[in-house]
Ligand binder design. Sequence first.
Ligand SMILES: *Cc1c(COP(=O)(O)O)cnc(C)c1O
Length: 458
Amino acid sequence: MSDAEAAAGATDEADGDNPPVRRVSDWDAGRLSGLADAHGTPLYVQDLDRVRENCERLLAAFPDADVRYAVKAHTGQAVLETVRDAGLDAECASAGEVDRALAAGFDGSRLHYTAVNPPARDLDYVAGVAEADPDLTVTVGAVDTLDRLAERGYDGRVCVRVNPGVGAGHHEKVTTGGAAKFGVPYDRAAEVTRDAAERFDAVGVHAHAGSGIDPDQLDSHRELVARMGDLARELTDPDAEGAAPLDLEYVDVGGGFGVPYEEDAPALDLRAVADATREAVAPLPEGVDLAIEPGRYVVADAGVLLARVNTVKPTPDETVVGVDAGMTDLLRPAMYDAYHPIRNLGSGRGREGGDAPPVGEREATPVTVAGPICETGDAFCENRALAEPVRGDLLAVGVAGAYGYEMASQYNSRPRPAEVALDDGTATIARRRETLGDLTTVEREIPRDRAGRSEGDR
Ligand SMILES: *Cc1c(COP(=O)(O)O)cnc(C)c1O
């Protein structure tokens, strides 16, 4: 065996300990049932060990890149601390996320704030943070935002967000609709970045396509990355006519690393994506690094949502299974028609031997799993074959760790669920279950100034 083969073998082995995806079927049913019994449902379970594994896989696939966790996928303090310890930076989309990242111990040099149509309040806050910690970087997607930063006395690190205008195979096609909201148009990017460098420390260029990088979409990813490499070379070119070369530190090609939601969908081949990315961005100018911003990939398969079956209603076409979690707990199915795998864990209380046979012996039955919200769209699946659910069963909704709790709301005056973090097997409450009292907190605690005016009056 050659050294290279030996190294490859070692890599495979490492991959064996750290599989590319954790399926809902991989979770320990007894453990999940125990957590549901102990903490009630609906309950999110987020496994920090899996978060760590995902960070490690990313760092191994992109050894020379800056890896920045897009915090919005899951902002829980325990997750942020885990990601920080694993060595990733934090990419924040709001003042609130910057605040959380600071609380989790990220210092300015590891903080990237991406200002998308930023509210004045957010810019005030971030400019204040930057005064104390000038290593923070602001990523800016509009010339207006540069002006608004300058008005606040900010003259620190900026990165320019570019709308690369990449649509499958159509280089010059302008991206339509809401996508124009993100970033300056590609053909103005060089000019805007040079202008930014006059007033700020221009350290990078950035693009985030938004859509999932999955096995079918590598071509458009490659195209985006190549365009960003071109831009970096143009901006740093020492021979460019009439323009001094910029001292860029990085080209950030964003997130969007896909995670398989369907049970039989293949996992992303991260190494292949990394190779394609490196190849497409090359040759990077001296001193310019590649940066990526995975969000979903870090946390999605590290989380499940547990829900208890309340009602089972047979109809001629299908059976409607009512559970105690709904779109207020996990919005993605209602909002994006997103698929989440669902596994029936049975009653979890050893009642299978009584009322119903063990889940393994039940027949697969087409069911709609619906939540308690007064909306037709409040369903996690329709006509899905599950081991026939009975009242009291526990269902695990898989791949719920990204954009799950983050998108939870109190619509229908439903308190948000609890979340348990598993760390080295130990469970701790990461977010307590909200109470009915929490629902009216903001109505009861209206701060008043000395003149008796409430905040809303000012
Ligand atoms: C949301 C977001 C990401 C992460 O996207 P994922 O699909 O979760 O990987 C990265 N960068 C920016 C700027 C984002 O807004």
